[in-house]
Write a protein that binds this ligand. Structure first.
Ligand code: PBG
Length: 327
């Protein structure tokens, strides 16, 4: 149907027509809001490179969770900053660790809010790596037991979903086995399956104090140049028992989100990471971009690529924009 028979502009004429033929929409039910928990009371420490985000003591975290739930956000993803760090990341799997306390408090106070926990060691280890270090190398197999212990301790505290982000080989199977043996066969795993070694995690590492003290994470996180490998990583996690698979970061990896969505019948999560947030916030604050519109466009793109679930620090902003009928 060539012009002038077909005129695509006919369907763009009015807002009602445009919304009638819109292919992608954002629903608040699909968003996850990440939060950082710290020991202490009455603490709400601003994170410099993430304006509007804070490190929260549990009392303040509860306020934030209530707020999020009242806006219709279904889930939070919790990260913790321990009191002390050591080479084996002991607080990650301690019964009274920061995350274990935070999960119990949130589930006691706001039982209807889903609590997802990030399972990793890097916030808890003195060297800042996601696994056990021996002879200057990050050891895969000795890490698995600690990762599984961490996951089980989160489930015991009441976590609704377990989200391993360490990128050790075999960790989904180790966690599934640990959960099943400990009486949590119903607890789902949302695996950070295609997690790239990304510069966009910079602000998060400031927030979570998790910068590696030597080297980098390229021996375990994926090379940003690889997409076929992402399919292999996802296939492994699916075989090992992942219930939801994740691609992370989101904006520079929309092709990977689309491929994963196309090849697997599982829900796909996309993590729009700290650097994506920082980038949009900074340009917004400088007046170089209309922040609200840029955020909606970026998140709509992630959804259009195929993400079923979007993890973003903008979750509350999105809830407000949907409420105002702007999304
Ligand atoms: C822990 C972890 C990281 C992020 C989520 N879980 C940091 C990293 O791998 O260095 C990044 C999240 C973000 O940047 O928003 N391994």
């Amino acid at each position: 149907m060539p012009f002038p028979v077909y005129r695509p502009r006919r369907l763009r004429e009015s807002p009602l027509l445009r919304s009638m033929v819109r292919e992608t929409s954002l629903r608040i039910d699909d968003f996850v809001y990440p939060l950082f928990a710290v020991h202490g009371r009455g603490l709400r420490e601003p994170i410099g490179s993430m304006p509007g985000q804070y490190r929260l003591s549990i009392d303040e975290l509860l306020k934030e969770c209530k707020d999020a739930a009242s806006m219709g956000i279904p889930a939070v993803l919790l990260f913790g900053l321990p009191r002390d760090k050591d080479p084996r990341g002991t607080e990650a799997y301690a019964e009274d660790g920061i995350i274990q306390q935070a999960v119990r408090a949130v589930k006691d106070t706001i039982p209807d809010l889903l609590v997802i926990t990030d399972v990793c060691l890097c916030e808890y280890t003195s060297h800042g790596h996601c696994g056990v270090v021996e002879d200057g190398r990050i050891k895969n197999d000795p890490t698995l037991e600690l990762i599984a212990r961490t996951a089980v301790s989160h489930a015991e505290a009441g976590a609704d979903l377990i989200a391993p982000s360490d990128m050790m080989d075999g960790r989904v199977a180790a966690i599934r086995e640990g959960l099943d043996e400990s009486g949590f066969p119903e607890t789902p795993i949302m695996a950070y399956s295609a997690k790239y070694a990304s510069a966009f995690y910079g602000p998060f590492r400031e927030a979570a104090d998790s910068t590696p003290q030597f080297g980098d994470r390229r021996s375990y996180q994926m090379d940003p140049a690889n997409a076929m490998e992402a399919i292999r990583e996802v296939a492994l996690d699916v075989d090992e028992g992942a219930d939801i698979v994740m691609v992370k970061p989101a904006l520079p990896y929309l092709d990977v989100i689309a491929r994963v969505k196309g090849e697997f019948g599982l829900p796909v999560a996309a993590y729009s990471v700290s650097g994506e947030y920082a980038m949009l916030k900074a340009a917004g604050q400088l007046g170089w971009l209309d922040e609200d519109r840029a955020v909606l466009e970026a998140l709509t793109g992630i959804r259009r690529a195929g993400a079923d679930i979007i993890i973003t620090y903008f979750a509350k902003d999105v809830a407000r924009l949907i409420e105002q009928g702007r999304a």
